[in-house]
Write a protein that binds this ligand. Structure first.
Ligand code: PLP
Length: 432
């Protein structure tokens, strides 16, 4: 074996033997390192809230929490995940444009830090549910700001959106708090977009969000107990992209944070981070099943596919761009590279994890890894397409590997389905 890649001293090939392929492999040291880097770089008054959306595994959440992350959740299951991972209610915020009655009720019953409210009708429902419980609901307003800042993969501000309440609508409604006596307006949240790779955009977003928060708090007469500047910090996936330089970002952002914090010493300052915390720590590990050629091109058909890793098809792009991919363990000599298409088991040409990528010569049994895959992996993919189900997830902590999610087995997928007698009967009586 010519290639031997390891995570914390454990050969990936050994993990592949133990757990079977394909699976997601998370390096706990990388998760911890990310949190440490953020805490060291930024003003200590900034709190980091992990967006579970990017990777809802309970062990990942608990490990990030152990290193200081709080939680930003968007569904009942994410709320329960954060709680069971040990995150205290006062370190959880709940966000999302379509919260159910049950979700709002659970937030109030748990006593979380803030419900981030996204519409006036939602505010009325929060008010009603809080009145029923005899409590005042802590609510931060999610604002759709009038401004937008370039440099994000997905721009939020300055456009019609289902998220948040328009800045102009809020500024024109000074009685909003008075009309909702069981709501305690206490904060402002703005999320400007995802995959931001420009330090300057983050600084500019944050500056404008702080300004907006102060204007809203003055116009609507509520205190700023919490200001959430969103986040959306990106990681580089594709050729031509560069990672954010944390020290450059900190140099420019810290004065902005300090300026606001000095004016508002009791306000919690929140940054939400999903991808930035988890992407780099994760590798999607798959095994080559067959190699073949078609009309002069090389294909490696693997046991992994886009049902586990939809992002590999291309993020926000009509052109296929490849995630970074490596040969983790190969039978042959790793001499030179060839051009490969790496595909999966699904019966669609879209099931292409990498197109025309340079890799060493491949053979059946070789292990490949898609790097930077710890965010928006299986949960953001059609895992049940062709009834394959969710893959295993393995987390390495302190030099030891742990299975942190069982893969779905055929019986798991079948157990959710029902075969009514009437259908069986129809078969028995149908004319042949
Ligand atoms: C998706 C989302 C996040 C996380 O975004 P990343 O780009 O993964 O950091 C944070 N906040 C809100 C409101 C989101 O919708």
């Amino acid at each position: 074996m010519s290639t031997r890649h390891e995570v914390q001293g454990i050969p990936v090939a050994e993990l592949a033997e133990t757990y079977g392929t394909p699976f997601y492999l998370y390096d706990g040291d990388a998760l911890e390192g990310r949190m440490r880097a953020l805490r060291e770089a930024f003003d200590p008054r900034l709190e980091f809230f992990f967006s579970l959306k990017s990777n809802p595994n309970i062990a990942v959440c608990a490990l990030l929490h152990a290193h200081g992350a709080r939680a930003e959740v968007c569904s009942m299951t994410e709320l329960l995940t954060a709680r069971q991972a040990g995150v205290a209610p006062e370190d959880i915020i709940f966000l999302g444009p379509g919260k159910s009655r049950d979700e709002i009720a659970a937030c109030l019953d748990e006593g979380i830090s803030a419900l981030v409210c996204e519409s006036t009708q939602e505010l009325a429902l929060i008010d009603e549910l809080a009145r029923e419980r005899g409590v005042r609901a802590p609510v931060a307003l999610r604002v759709n700001p009038a401004f937008s800042v370039k440099g994000s993969g997905l721009t939020m501000g300055g456009k019609p959106r289902q998220f948040g309440i328009d800045e102009a609508q809020l500024l024109a409604d000074p009685d909003l708090a008075a009309r909702h006596p069981h709501v305690r307006l206490m904060g402002v949240q703005v999320y400007m977009g995802t995959r931001i790779l420009s330090e300057q955009s983050v600084v500019e977003n944050s500056t404008r969000i702080f300004d907006l928060a102060e204007r809203l708090s003055a116009a609507l007469g509520f205190p700023l107990e919490l200001v959430d500047i969103g986040g959306g910090l990106g990681v580089a996936y594709f050729d031509g992209e560069n990672d954010l330089d944390l020290s450059v970002l900190a140099t420019d952002l810290n004065p902005v944070l300090a300026g606001f914090a000095d004016r508002h010493p009791s306000t919690r300052l929140v940054m939400e981070l999903g991808r930035y915390l988890t992407a780099e720590a994760g590798t999607y590990v798959l095994r080559v099943r067959y190699v073949k050629t078609s009309l002069g091109e090389n294909f490696a058909v693997t046991d992994g596919g886009t049902h586990h890793h939809m992002a590999a098809v291309g993020i926000g792009s009509f052109v296929k761009r490849n995630f970074p991919m490596r040969l983790l363990s190969g039978a042959g000599e790793e001499t030179g590279t060839e051009t490969w298409n790496v595909t999966g088991p699904l019966c669609t040409p879209n099931d292409t994890l990498a197109k025309k990528i340079q890799l060493p010569p491949l053979a059946p049994g070789d292990l490949l890894g898609v790097d930077r895959s710890g965010a928006y992996g299986p949960t953001a993919s059609p895992v049940n397409f062709l009834s394959h189900g969710y893959p295993a997830e393995v987390l390495v902590v302190d030099g030891r590997a742990h299975l942190v999610r069982e893969p779905d087995r055929p019986a798991d997928l079948l157990s959710k389905q029902r075969l009514p007698q009437a259908v069986l009967h129809a078969r028995a009586t149908a004319a042949n």
